[in-house]
Design a protein around this ligand. Structure first.
Ligand SMILES: Cc1cc2nc3c(=O)[nH]c(=O)nc-3n(C[C@H](O)[C@H](O)[C@H](O)COP(=O)(O)OP(=O)(O)OC[C@H]3O[C@@H](n4cnc5c(N)ncnc54)[C@H](O)[C@@H]3O)c2cc1C
Length: 315
């Protein structure tokens, strides 16, 4: 039973049809890093009507909104997140061919579709264009926001349009308008990626499988995939690879509480032993300071911080 001290928007949120709402929901099990505190409110919306109603409510009541994908690029503060964490549910998990049989094919993909599923399906159909997502966890919504990718390129190279929900109703935006660059995009604030349109190129299935296998093998050989992490902590600066700079600065194997700079790949922080977010955060700050001192380069975070870290550092 919720006490009368709860904000009024909690009850209004709980009443929205086709939205699964929880309060004070632990987020750590929903992140690949396995750390961090709860969400004040967490809503999984299963339909567009539910999404519209939730966004209408957050706007009307001024509720802070965080859009959650697969939780694979996030460091959530130990105190958790105030406001609403919104996740797209089953109604947004789909792949729909729009055109086929030409020199290229267009697909619409729901933002809740996992990168793994989209890649599996496009490979099976002999369509190239999503191989940069090989081994990238999470959803297509998160991959759009982060412009995910690797050596094979970034998602933005295949992306043509993005359906965004911001304000009253969804609209399709041309990818060229959305400021995609290395691991970043300029989506309008508080906008939700609902779907995307990609252009794929017919290619022999064996060629695609070989490309993907090579990418996966490279990851297995170079990344600490057996321990919880959020992938690369820092972006590669223009001057080189973040991992090499961190290693050269002598940070490999550094620890704070249960968090460790991976001895396998220095740009990964791994949760070795029930790390708290503050452990990871302190390690991030120490590594950043050491790299700056050693090479004069300020590393920029690739991992997204959720909740307040300034408070944690003070406490
Ligand atoms: C082992 C490992 C390896 C990784 N390797 C790579 C790699 O090679 N290349 C790479 O680019 N990344 C990599 N990552 C990072 C991560 O998987 C990608 O950034 C991924 O695309 C994030 O997707 P997600 O759904 O988990 O997003 P989340 O982590 O949930 O969110 C990331 C950001 O996207 C926003 N977001 C999520 N969904 C939506 C939506 N529907 N609408 C609007 N905003 C949204 C969030 O608000 C947040 O700002 C790796 C992570 C791990 C754990």
């Amino acid at each position: 039973m919720k006490s009368s001290a709860q904000p009024t928007w909690h009850q209004a949120l709980a009443n929205i049809a086709e939205a699964e709402v929880s309060f004070e929901l632990p987020l750590a099990p929903r992140t690949s890093f396995r750390m961090g505190g709860p969400a004040e409110a967490f809503a999984v919306v299963h339909s567009r009507a539910a999404l519209g109603a939730v966004l209408g409510l957050t706007r009307a009541e001024g509720v802070p909104l965080f859009v959650w994908g697969g939780g694979s690029n996030l460091l959530v503060a130990d105190q958790g997140v105030r406001g609403l964490v919104l996740k797209l549910g089953d109604g947004f998990d789909y792949l729909r061919p729009l055109t086929a049989g030409g020199a290229t094919a267009r697909w619409e993909i729901g933002a809740a579709c996992s990168a793994a599923r989209a890649l599996r399906q496009s490979t099976k159909e002999g369509l190239a264009g999503l191989e940069m997502l090989a081994g990238v966890p999470g959803t297509l919504g998160g991959a759009v926001k982060m412009n995910a990718g690797g050596r094979e390129g970034a998602l933005s190279t295949s992306l043509r349009r993005v359906e965004l929900w911001q304000g009253e109703a969804p609209r399709w935006a041309e990818a060229a308008e959305l400021g995609f660059a290395y691991r970043t995009s300029q989506l309008p604030p508080d906008s939700v990626v609902v779907a995307l349109e990609v252009e794929l190129v017919p290619t022999a299935v064996e060629t695609l499988r070989a490309r993907i296998e090579a990418a996966i093998q490279r990851r297995r050989a170079t990344q600490p995939l057996n321990a919880p992490s959020a992938g690369s902590v820092f972006k590669n600066p223009t001057q080189g690879h973040a991992g090499q700079l961190i290693e050269a600065a002598g940070c490999k194997g550094w620890r704070e509480g249960g968090a460790e700079v991976s001895p396998v790949h220095a740009n990964f922080i791994v949760n070795q032993n029930r790390a708290r977010a503050i452990d990871a955060w302190r390690l991030i700050e120490r590594v950043r300071a050491q790299v700056l001192q050693h090479s004069g380069i300020t590393l920029e975070l690739e991992v997204r911080l959720v909740g307040s870290f300034a408070q944690e550092v003070r406490s």
